[in-house]
Write a protein that binds this ligand. Sequence first.
Ligand SMILES: [Mg+2]
Length: 192
Amino acid sequence: MIKIKPHDIAFDIDGVVADTMSSFIHVAKKQFGINSIRKEQITSYWLEDCLGIPDETIKSIINQILEDPFGTKLKPIDGAIETLSQISNHAPLYFVTARPVQRPIEIWLKTVLQDVPPDKIKVLATGQHDLKPKVLKKLGKTFFVEDHLETCHNIHKAGLKPIVFNQPWNQGQTPFARIGSWNELRELLELT
Ligand SMILES: [Mg+2]
């Protein structure tokens, strides 16, 4: 089994650390009265392709999630805080996101990771999925936990090692390591 050193790994945020889809479902319900969305129904990373709700509504909800993580009730995924806090005892935490705005999600991370010193939480917002491999290489991070399959393929092509965080929208056969939870990830890490 592979053992990953804490210094060698970085993390995507949405769909990996943050339960962004639950936040999406919450805003859809509260603001637009859409009660029909279930997480299992989100079988494509591109919400326009699988939800049958207007593009404008999707855009509005996503913008709110980008600008206001707290107002949209963004919550961490089970086990993320515990495992990340453990990792931070061995190495600074690096988050690489395709979000176009960095500040709101950085504040959110520093708030939910309350036991981690803020200077050990590094956030890089690329604004584009396809810039992630370059950024990871520059940071010297070999492993990257990601929920978007296309990005996993790009990272793999760049000679790095993606780890798929299992979600309804990334099913299907891939040659990459796949984890179903943060506890499973912890098993892969060298934390002693
Ligand atoms: Mg993601």
